[in-house]
Design a binder for this molecule. Structure first.
Ligand code: FAD
Length: 389
């Protein structure tokens, strides 16, 4: 049995000053309110559109909680603070929704900048990118569906593949591990194919490239097993970030609109079951699979520690990492870190306006039913009480 406990809120908030805690309290209290959060997105977009100077307000509140800064340099203080508390950072350039080749190239340069920053830097455990940061949804959907590309599209597709190879190749050269995020199911096949090709090319000695598997999909446990078999057949280490998945509503809506069988599990229990089965499978093959459990779920995080214990795997095994997002589930991250496990947090960064979609998603995730407190808010309230007493 594992001895780690997530109840120690002193560990969880050790890196936060009283002022930080008060600010977090005000913020989580505000976003605990469902109606307020539903107004937030249209109100902020409107204010930005008519040029109201709201950047300052955003930077001092929600941005400060969930984002490292507008630039890599602005993230330094956060990276340092996390590292002092034995938690690594994953620099995540969070600019979304770009559409021009010029913007795609800028995003590629920014990601290469994170690889450079991570080189020989023990405070940065991984880098990460989303393929949609430098590829259109359209080209990824066509490629995923096996559709014929016209000559223009073929060139466009070649540029996407080149960017992925440039980023993964640079990461490999500098011995920097890198995650490829998972996205919507209708563009995922193209992403999986590239991720597998990159792992085959760069994971021959040790894990550099990690694909992401979303267990809220009914077919992903099987996909994990197939990916592992492929890695064994081709002599490379499979790198996998295990997540439940972030696009459930969008997936369900599209499946309904286009009348196909929804790829998402019928209920939360099925997602949990497959996620945990995925963890078990990986631990059984830990010599040939390197994993990162990207989750805020206490049970799954605990299960992973128990599986490690049962199989006599040391806490700091280089093939096993736990990861949460900055500003969330600190009780999981820091208690695991204190117990000696490998832990890292996503540290998103980018201009205020560009990271707003990311911030709206975090706000929505932390609302709760009327009259109840979200988990984050109740943890903060308890820590404030503990410090007062
Ligand atoms: C480090 C890190 C990296 C991540 N990277 C990615 C990524 O690359 N791609 C991505 O898509 N997401 C990613 N996520 C987000 C992740 O997929 C989840 O949305 C989020 O973390 C919540 O799930 P959870 O495991 O923390 O646990 P929980 O809070 O226990 O589970 C919530 C999740 O369960 C699933 N779920 C909820 N209700 C149902 C239902 N009725 N039926 C079926 N399933 C249900 C959904 O996936 C939901 O997000 C990442 C998260 C972290 C912490």
């Amino acid at each position: 049995m594992s001895t780690v406990s997530f109840d120690n809120i002193k560990n969880a908030f050790a890196y936060k000053s009283n002022a930080d805690l008060q600010r977090a309290y005000m913020l989580f209290k505000a976003i605990n309110n469902r109606s307020l959060v539903s107004l937030m997105e249209p109100a902020t977009s409107f204010a930005m559109k008519i040029g109201l100077p709201i950047n300052f307000a955003i930077k001092g509140t929600i941005f400060k909680q969930f984002v490292g800064g507008e630039t890599i340099e602005e993230c330094n203080a956060t990276i340092q603070k996390l590292y002092e508390n034995k938690v690594g950072s994953i620099l995540d350039y969070s600019v979304e929704g770009q559409e021009t080749e010029e913007a795609f190239e800028q995003t590629t340069q920014a990601i290469l900048g994170t690889v450079k920053k991570a080189t020989n830097n023990p405070a940065i455990s991984f880098c990460v990118f989303k393929v949609t940061g430098f590829a259109t949804h359209d080209i990824l959907a066509k490629q995923s569906a096996g559709m014929q590309l016209n000559p223009d599209e073929q060139q466009q597709w070649q540029r996407v593949q080149n960017r992925v190879d440039r980023i993964c190749g640079t990461a490999a050269q500098n011995n920097v591990r890198i995650f490829i995020d998972a996205e919507e199911s209708w563009i995922q096949q193209a992403i999986d194919d590239m991720a597998n090709a990159m792992m085959q090319k760069y994971n021959t000695q040790h894990p550099i490239v990690y694909n992401t598997i979303q267990f809220y999909r009914t077919d992903r446990l099987e996909f994990l097993k197939q990916s592992h078999q492929h890695a064994i057949n081709h002599n490379y280490i499979l790198g996998i970030k295990l997540v439940r998945g972030a696009y459930m509503e969008k997936e369900r809506k599209r499946a309904m609109d286009f009348e196909y069988t929804c790829p998402i599990q019928p209920n939360k229990e099925s997602s949990d079951r497959d996620y945990d089965a995925g963890l078990k499978f990986c631990i059984e093959h830990i010599n040939t699979i390197a994993i990162c459990a990207g989750t805020h779920n206490e049970q799954s995080s605990l299960l992973l520690t128990q599986l490690m214990e049962k199989n006599n795997i040391p806490h700091q095994h280089p093939h096993i990492w736990f990861s949460q997002l900055l500003g969330m589930s600190d009780h999981i991250s820091f208690n695991l870190a204190v117990a000696g496990y490998n832990v890292c947090k996503y540290v998103p960064y980018g201009p205020v306006k560009s990271v707003m979609p990311y911030l709206f998603r975090r706000a929505k995730e932390n609302t709760s039913m009327a009259g109840q407190m979200s988990r984050e808010l109740s943890l903060i309230v308890n820590e404030i009480k503990r410090r007062k007493s």
